[in-house]
Design a protein around this ligand. Structure first.
Ligand SMILES: [Mn+2]
Length: 258
């Protein structure tokens, strides 16, 4: 069996090796990921620049492919240039920092890569590790994070996906790993409300003109049963079933148009 592994933190990030380690015993693994930090890039596709693919020796000595673009670019090149056939599973992550709630999933590059693979019918897992320390979330390369528990949980759920595929109507899974887990179970949860209140930082450039930097403050805990609550407050490993089809209620729109 084959696994395609990508991420949005870049090919040199520690989390991608942790994902590879989780499925190395189960599959032939192919690591194809952006060369640079792409967090927040969502499902963007590069159409106006050429893309380069460079070979990297990963820290476990294996070969990886770094793509000079977005997570979606990396998955596209992985699927149609590097692999000769579709993989049995695709994994995006392990992201440094959680990916929670309705609003953030479309800006997340981790989810962008996952959605791209899932759109071809490949059973896909997006997986993210909660980190309480904000300063290391957007670091390139190696970060001081213990991914051992995340690797263990990913191995567990990947085995099920490889054996059974995903249930009918579910295109991909969004998994979040707590920093201080209380057990080794998966808690099935809904997407909660948005996780951050946007904050605009205005500063002045050396010529006195303002520039802006988007940041965010996390909301308080969400409702029980939602991903934000169960991960952040209850310290559970959460999994949300997702589908790509965003179509809403056809009949109510038809009525509304009358
Ligand atoms: Mn990221």
């Amino acid at each position: 069996m084959k696994a395609l592994i990508s991420n949005d933190d870049g090919i040199t990030a520690s989390g991608i090796l942790a994902a590879k380690k989780a499925v190395d015993e189960l599959c032939d693994t192919y690591v194809v990921a952006p060369e640079t930090q792409q967090s927040g890039i969502g499902h963007a596709l590069t159409l106006y620049e050429p893309l380069r693919v460079n070979e990297y020796t990963l820290k476990d000595g294996s070969l990886g492919y770094g793509v000079s673009g977005t997570p979606t670019d990396a998955v596209t090149i992985g699927l149609f240039e590097i692999l000769s056939e579709h993989p049995d599973i695709m994994i995006s992550g392990i992201n440094t920092g959680y990916n929670l709630g309705k609003a953030e999933l479309t800006t997340s590059g981790t989810l962008g890569a996952a959605i791209e693979a899932a759109s071809f019918g490949i059973p896909t897992i997006a997986i993210s590790q909660e980190v309480v320390r904000d300063d290391i979330k957007f670091e390139n390369g190696e970060v001081e994070i213990d991914f051992d528990f995340a690797t263990k949980m990913l191995n567990k759920i990947a085995k099920i996906v490889l054996k059974k595929g995903l249930p009918e109507g579910i295109d991909l899974l969004n998994v979040n790993i707590p920093e201080n887990p209380i057990n080794e179970e998966f808690e099935v949860v809904t997407l909660g409300k948005r996780m951050y209140t946007p904050i605009i930082h205005e500063r002045l450039d050396p010529r006195g003109k303002p520039y802006y930097w988007i940041g965010g403050e996390p909301y308080d805990f969400d409702e029980p049963g939602s991903d934000g609550y169960e991960l952040r407050k209850e310290h559970k490993t959460t999994v949300t079933p997702l589908k790509i089809d965003l179509t809403s209620d056809i009949s109510s729109l038809k009525d509304w148009l009358k």
